[in-house]
Design a binder for this molecule. Structure first.
Ligand code: GDP
Length: 415
């Protein structure tokens, strides 16, 4: 049983996928789980047949997300996908899930562009300062317009999109994307089911001029939002790929830029580059170094907790779910310290003692028991009796309340 405390927090991404209904949130999430599953399996099983069996099985059943937080891995990083309810009716739940994640992917429909619900969740994410990357989905649909969607991100959301990819073709002719960071083209592979989704090729001649223009625009926009990049820009130095990625990451985490990618999740195109972008641009728990709570019974007395496994333990319960096999599971985000299975904590919101039973990390196709969980981690725990969503769990000797009683502020339904 691997210990979570050995885990490098810099390699964790706690993300949500948010969208207007029908934009493709479910499809995108399923493809992510599908591909990270293949990745996992390819690393473990060296026999092609076993992998194929697993894939066929999954394709028949379809991978669905039944868990409030699903863990997967990509490029040695752990990605926790926190389910954010898509309906405006569930505003309280949406806000609570936005609170426990560090970054998000906003999925748009390339035909419909920015829709009313995309606006609602975007504003909610603004309130919590959640860094976001944008994925313009459904590039295969008749009427898909990437640049119109980018323009709407400016006009409707007031955001500063950073185009990091250009579509290569559109609708039935959507061949791939031009990556403006690497200045290469990704040509969708005909055999995506084998795991490799694209071949990296030179930018086609008929796209070279547009690519050059958009690349210049990208570097300029990043420079306007990042001091280190501005210095290079003023000196006329072309940034290296690493410098550019690091600067885009800083500006994304600062929520001044929103990198924009495109694809068609339905046809398995664009999901791999999206996973790469999640790892490259979205924050780790270490990029959100502390959380503010307050003392028990005194909302005015503020308490800061560092995202450090050695701090006193604090966590927020954000979802209760009934698991078919395990019974009641409470999903928590650990904000500070370490929690071990079988130990006692206090529900500092309700003033009740609770015992942490088993701790699990939930994957799309399995669950993994863990001896402990540390700051930055999202896990499901068994054994909590009185805890409901929004409650804080903390070290009995050093209590803190992370969510105030009047959370969340009322938001009108716009249905
Ligand atoms: P959600 O409501 O945002 O979760 O959207 P879904 O993932 O359920 O997708 C809504 C519909 O759009 C479904 O019928 C999908 O099959 C379809 N869809 C999703 N992604 C794409 C895509 O990239 N292209 C096309 N043409 N259809 C898509």
């Amino acid at each position: 049983m691997a210990t979570i405390s050995a885990l490098d927090l810099a390699m964790v991404r706690n993300i949500g996928i948010m969208a207007h209904i029908d934009a493709g949130k479910t499809t995108t999430t399923e493809r992510i789980l599908f591909y990270t599953g293949i990745n996992y399996k390819l690393g473990e099983v060296h026999e092609g047949a076993a992998t194929m069996d697993w894939m066929e099985q999954e394709q028949e059943r379809g991978i669905t997300i039944t868990s409030a937080a699903t863990t997967c891995s990509w490029l040695d990083h752990t990605i926790n996908i926190i389910d954010t309810p898509g309906h405006v009716d569930f505003t309280v739940e949406v806000e609570r899930s936005l609170r426990v994640l560090d970054g998000a992917v906003a999925v748009f429909d390339a035909v419909a562009g920015v829709e009313p619900q995309s606006e609602t969740v975007w504003r909610q994410a603004d309130r919590y300062g959640v860094p976001r990357i944008c994925f313009v989905n459904k590039m295969d649909r008749v009427g898909a317009e990437f640049h119109r969607c980018v323009d709407m991100i400016v006009s409707r959301l007031g955001a500063t999109p950073l185009v990091v990819q250009l579509p290569w073709g559109v609708e039935a002719d959507f061949k791939g994307v031009i990556d403006l960071v690497r200045m290469k083209a990704f040509l969708w592979s005909a055999d995506a089911a084998k795991g490799e989704m694209y071949d990296t090729v030179d930018i086609p001649a008929d796209h070279a001029e547009a690519a050059r223009e958009w690349r210049d625009k990208l570097v300029e926009t990043v420079a306007e939002n990042d001091d280190a990049m501005m210095e290079l820009f003023l000196e006329g130095v072309e940034p290296t790929e690493e410098q550019l990625i690091a600067a885009i990451r800083r500006a994304t985490i600062a929520s001044t830029l929103n990198p924009v990618l495109c694809g068609t999740a339905f046809k398995n195109k664009g999901v791999q580059p999206l996973l790469d972008a999640i790892v490259a641009f979205l924050p780790s728990p270490l990029d959100v170094p502390s959380i503010e709570g307050h003392a028990v019974g005194d909302e005015e007395k503020k308490i800061e907790r560092a995202a450090d496994p050695k701090e006193s333990f604090s966590a927020l319960a954000f979802k209760i779910m009934a698991d078919q096999h395990l019974g009641k599971l409470t999903y928590i985000r650990v904000y500070s310290g370490t929690i071990e299975a079988g130990t006692s904590v206090v529900n500092s919101t309700k003033g009740k003692k609770e015992r942490i039973g088993k701790i699990y990390q939930m994957h799309a196709n399995k669950r993994e028991e863990r001896p402990s969980a540390v700051a930055g981690q999202i896990v499901a725990v068994m054994g909590l009796k009185d805890t409901t969503t929004g409650d804080t769990l903390s070290d009995p000797a050093k209590q803190v309340v992370l969510e105030s009683m009047n959370f969340p502020a009322p938001v009108m339904n716009v249905a």
